[in-house]
Design a protein around this ligand. Structure first.
Ligand code: 13P
Length: 250
């Protein structure tokens, strides 16, 4: 039985004060929330420590948006898995399309980050998805398959209970242009098949695969009704408590 994971990715938004304000509203809401789903906030590094203090007595999990693969060293400006562990972070986004696009992160690098997160007990959310050009050229399936195969290279089957995959078509991110629920389900079901080929049926049936890209309160229910979609990775609509709560409650 797959428990849906509703995650907010705040991206480069919110000061510490704004983060705490938003998190307190969500923590308050979560006290009386008893549907079987997991709630997660992926916040900027600067707010993580303060957020942990607010969220630790709530059901809401805490995530980072990126991470270096080394434990320590001369990597100016980077944050290591040990530092995230120290805060008590539960999840980390790996390979968000904005990291791939603006910071040239490639599948080989993401493979190292995935392994580092798993080694340190932080659950990675591996983000995959095609660009508009790739979709127009009908290579969306090949694109996500390559991203998955390369990123998961050398990762054992027994790690899989701690890995989440997020399918986020780049053309649907921040554009207001949601993939239709059928389009999203088609690729997510395809991803499940890729996992089955790489590992086995049990793993492919149990892995949590989210959809991300312009998810809002008004479309969450339709997306979540699809059989292969196990949650949402939400950008803009996670920045307002009321709207994010509508999505969590879909
Ligand atoms: P939007 O929900 O703003 O489209 O962003 C999606 C996303 O990138 C989540 O990681």
């Amino acid at each position: 039985m797959r428990v849906p994971l509703i995650a907010g990715n705040w991206k480069m938004n919110n000061t510490i004060e704004e983060s705490l304000y938003l998190a307190k509203s969500l923590a308050e809401f979560s006290k009386s929330f008893n549907k079987d789903r997991e709630i997660l906030i992926c916040a900027p590094f600067t707010a993580l420590y303060a957020l942990k203090t607010v969220l630790k007595s709530s059901k809401i999990k805490l995530g980072a948006q990126n991470m270096h693969y080394e434990e320590s060293g001369a990597y100016t400006g980077e944050i290591s898995p040990l530092m995230l562990k120290d805060i008590g972070v539960d999840y980390v986004l790996i390979g968000h399309s904005e990291r791939r696009q603006y910071f040239n992160e490639n599948d080989e690098l993401l493979n190292k980050k995935l392994k580092a997160a798993l080694k340190h007990g932080i659950k990675p959310i591996l983000c995959v998805g095609e660009t508009l050009e790739q979709r127009e050229a009908n290579v969306e399936k090949e694109t996500v398959k390559t991203q998955i195969v390369k990123s998961l290279c050398g990762i054992d089957a027994d790690c899989f209970k701690n890995i989440v995959i997020a399918y986020e078509p780049v053309w649907a991110i921040g554009t207001g242009k949601t993939a239709s629920s059928d389009q999203a389900n088609e690729i997510i079901s395809y991803i499940r098949n890729v996992i089955k080929e790489l590992y086995d049926e049990e793993i492919s049936e149990n892995v949590i695969i989210q959809y991300g890209g312009s998810v809002k309160g008004s479309n969450a229910a339709e997306i979540m009704a699809k059989p292969d979609i196990d949650g949402a990775l939400v950008g803009g609509a996670s920045l307002k408590a009321e709207e994010f709560i509508n999505i969590i409650n879909y």
